[in-house]
Design a protein around this ligand. Structure first.
Ligand code: SF4
Length: 319
């Protein structure tokens, strides 16, 4: 049994949205819900988010607060506020991502806006762990919360997984046609997906590179399992999920296995503990290979003009 009244389910366009949106969207729609995103990031969301987030938070977390604020203001029926823990076996997401759900619940953002007469929006705040993701139980719980039964949740989840796989395959398109051959110069762009693929945070970096006739290649373009690297020299094989991906992408891009890059750009927010360490590790790997490397640090005060000047200088250098 699917749900009846087609409730509006608010999905913030931030953080893990950049990895799982096709899965979430299909799941909610298959169950009979109407998905409403918070829309692209912008100055207004950052200002509003910064007003509620802890001052020490990194800029993507402040922005994520702004996305939640915008969904609550829209008056959605349900607010999708998942809690992420592990995306892979024995690897964890950053504590700020793990704690984001609790930060929101304990911030001023929801004060007086959650427990109105209609108790709307209801929170969909299940824990997403690698085990839950793989065994459907979390999606069954969400389905029940929305008023659906187990068979309809299972059906919606199966279709959602298919959409997710299709979306992932689409992103590998650059390996399936002649795009790689068409561009003489390629630049690897690495960082957390919510920093690289959020045009507001990255200041449209991917498009700017493309406009210069250079192909930007990101982790999301890599064919899955195309490249494994040895992580055993790091404690617990580097236990951050995104740390593993970023390191793996950097080494793959510099390996020259399927194509050669002319430079590597790392987008890192100011105040990110993981990136502060990983930037140095990747920079050392790039130096050992004599690969031009640019670290772009972003925060809420970063001026677009300054970033563009650095990108142009980097491109001039590698050209
Ligand atoms: S990994 Fe870094 S950028 Fe991401 S939420 Fe944590 S501190 Fe912020």
């Amino acid at each position: 049994m699917s749900i009846n009244a087609s409730p509006a389910i608010g999905v913030p366009q931030s953080l893990l949205y950049y990895r799982y949106y096709p899965l979430w969207k299909t799941f909610f729609e298959e169950l009979g819900g109407r998905v409403e995103t918070s829309g692209p990031s912008c100055d207004d969301k950052l200002v509003r988010g910064s007003g509620h987030a802890h001052a020490d938070s990194c800029v993507p977390i402040k922005l994520a607060f702004g996305h939640i604020d915008s969904l609550v203001a829209k008056g959605v029926d349900y607010l999708f506020l998942p809690k992420f823990f592990r995306l892979d076996r024995k690897s964890y997401v950053c504590p700020k991502v793990i704690g984001f759900n609790d930060m929101i619940k304990n911030s001023s953002l929801l004060d007086g806006r959650l427990s109105s007469a209609s108790h709307s929006p209801y929170l969909i705040d299940e824990l997403f762990d690698v085990h839950n993701c793989s065994d459907r139980s979390v999606f069954r719980r969400i389905g029940r919360k929305l008023g659906g039964d187990t068979p309809s949740a299972d059906r919606a989840y199966s279709r959602a997984l298919r959409s997710y796989d299709m979306a992932s395959r689409k992103r590998e398109v650059i390996f399936k046609n002649d795009i790689l051959k068409r561009y003489k110069l390629k630049i690897g762009v690495i960082g957390h997906p919510y920093n690289v693929h959020d045009d507001f945070l990255s200041m449209g970096l991917l498009n700017e590179i493309l406009k210069k006739g250079i192909l930007p290649v990101t982790y999301e373009d890599m064919p899955p399992k195309s490249f494994e690297c040895d992580l055993s020299k790091y404690p617990s094989d580097m236990f951050w999920s995104f740390g593993r991906e970023i390191y793996r992408a950097a080494l793959y891009f510099m390996s020259g296995l399927d194509f050669s890059i002319s430079g590597l750009i790392y987008i890192a927010p100011f105040g990110c503990g993981l990136d502060s360490m990983l930037v140095s590790i990747v920079q050392a790997e790039a130096a050992a290979r004599k690969m031009p490397f640019l670290n772009l640090t972003i925060d809420e005060h970063t001026a677009r003009a300054g970033i563009m000047t650095r990108i142009e200088a980097f491109i001039d250098m590698i050209s």
